[in-house]
Design a protein around this ligand. Structure first.
Ligand SMILES: Nc1ncnc2c1ncn2[C@@H]1O[C@H](COP(=O)(O)OP(=O)(O)OP(=O)(O)O)[C@@H](O)[C@H]1O
Ligand SMILES: CC(=O)N[C@H]1[C@@H]2OC[C@@H](O2)[C@@H](O)[C@@H]1O[C@H](C)C(=O)O
Length: 397
């Protein structure tokens, strides 16, 4: 087995998660220490600005109707906006982001040596997604997904081989390029009763349905914490709605929620995936901005839960339970909304003995090992890949 460190910097832009995992890509041996290194506020702000700049003056965010129009017309904006490779602001963000990842690897390696007396063979480096525009059904042009981070620099800094660029081969083959973690959910859930739904509530939500025969259906559900974080930053001057206090003090607005629920993304069949900013325009057009801080937060939470319920309607069979990972499971308003909307029990992944904060980082350790061994990362049921597809590249092997 390979001794891996998986690194994930998610759409919440809050920091880098790192986890040590022993794996051959098909089975998981020991799970070692994990850690999160938060980004300093200036880096968070700059990454958030980078997303806006890359989306460009005419972001392909999905106002109600845009998804179906795209599907019908087979066209949406392909421009990568105002930032291109080599831009000095981008380069500076990448340098600071990669340095923080190197720090995470160094700190975790020291901890692994201390606690387990073990070394590390391979790093799985997701990088930071700054643009995600996979092809939609009917699109003639190929899609694009862009994760930034300097894998060669990280490899030199750590002296380890680094697997990276996990999504682009799938997108080039017509897949969605996301979600990638489902194959790892399936490994972890091997002994759990099926059908099972594993829900990740990050900036964006994604779900993996695992059938009794191991079949996978996975896709992004809709916005989860992303718009809520933006809302809390604007209306409560906090990075996120800690413990759901703002949302719990408000009421979802029926009219705004009704307009959001009509969004074509919810009814669109999988495969499907989202950019962090894809719903911003729809939220504005639905009138969310006019709500009070409390009602706005409650409405965003309710909408995230409605998106998850809509996702459940795309499963072949209802799940026996929903296991929830990601920061959203720490938000009592979110968990309450899910419990009120979904029919099966909703529980944090910790009930299965998993670590809901480290799951994605652990997954990128496993995906790095799969890349190393040439095993597929994506499947027709997960990203809509035309067949099981390998992905990722390794630097420093
Ligand atoms: N105590 C809490 N109360 C409310 N929300 C919380 C709490 N802890 C974390 N969160 C939410 O979880 C978010 C972070 O979640 P997570 O780390 O899973 O996201 P991510 O990995 O960056 O995103 P993605 O999975 O989309 O890539 C925070 O931005 C916040 O919205
Ligand atoms: C393009 C991209 O980075 N997508 C992320 C994002 O964050 C959550 C959701 O949207 C998910 O599809 C994906 O991440 C996880 C790790 C995945 O690929 O499984």
């Amino acid at each position: 087995m390979l001794r891996t460190i998986g690194l994930m910097s998610g759409t919440s832009l809050d920091g880098v998660d790192a986890a040590w995992v022993e794996t051959d890509g098909e089975a998981i041996g020991r799970m070692g220490p994990v850690l999160t290194l938060p980004y300093e506020p200036a880096l968070r702000r700059d990454l958030r600005r980078l997303l806006d700049l890359v989306a460009g003056a005419q972001p392909r965010d999905m106002a109600a109707g845009a998804h179906s129009r795209d599907v019908a017309a087979g066209a949406h904006s392909r421009d990568a906006g105002e930032i291109a490779e080599g831009d000095p602001f981008l380069a500076d963000c990448v340098r600071r982001l990669t340095a923080r990842h190197a720090e995470a690897v160094a700190t975790l390696r020291a901890e692994v040596a201390r606690v387990l007396g073990e070394a590390t063979d391979l790093v799985g480096f997701h990088g930071q997604t700054i643009l995600h525009r996979p092809a939609r059904p009917g699109d003639a042009a190929p899609g694009r997904t862009w994760q930034v981070g300097d894998a060669a620099w990280l490899s030199r800094a750590t002296g380890l081989p680094v697997a990276h660029d996990f999504r682009s081969a799938d997108v080039a083959a017509g897949g969605q390029g996301a979600p990638l973690v489902p194959v790892v959910h399936a490994v972890l859930a091997a002994s759990l009763p099926k059908p099972l739904a594993v829900l990740n509530l990050g900036g964006v939500g994604n779900v993996t349905w695992i059938g009794p025969d191991g079949a996978l259906v996975a896709f992004d559900t809709g916005p989860a914490n992303g718009p809520l974080d933006d809302w809390a930053r604007k209306h409560a001057q906090t990075d996120y709605d800690r413990d759901g206090l703002l949302a719990l003090a408000g009421q979802p607005d029926g009219a705004v929620l009704g307009r959001l629920m009509a969004h074509p993304y919810l009814a669109a069949p999988p495969p499907k995936s989202l950019d962090r900013l894809d719903f911003d325009r729809a939220l504005r057009e639905a009138g969310a901005q006019a709500l009070s801080p409390q009602d706005g937060a409650a409405t965003l939470v309710a909408f995230a839960a409605v998106c998850v319920a809509a996702a459940g309607r795309h499963f072949p069979d209802p799940p026996l339970q929903w296991l929830v990972a990601g920061g959203g499971r720490r938000n009592p308003a979110m968990m309450r909304a899910l419990a009120g909307t979904l029919e099966a029990p909703v529980r944090p992944v910790e009930v299965a003995g998993w670590n809901g904060d480290a799951l994605e980082a652990q997954a990128f350790g496993v995906l790095a090992a799969r890349c190393w061994h040439g095993l597929p990362l994506t499947f027709p049921g997960t990203t809509g890949a035309p067949r099981p597809l390998g992905g990722g590249r390794i630097v420093g092997r």
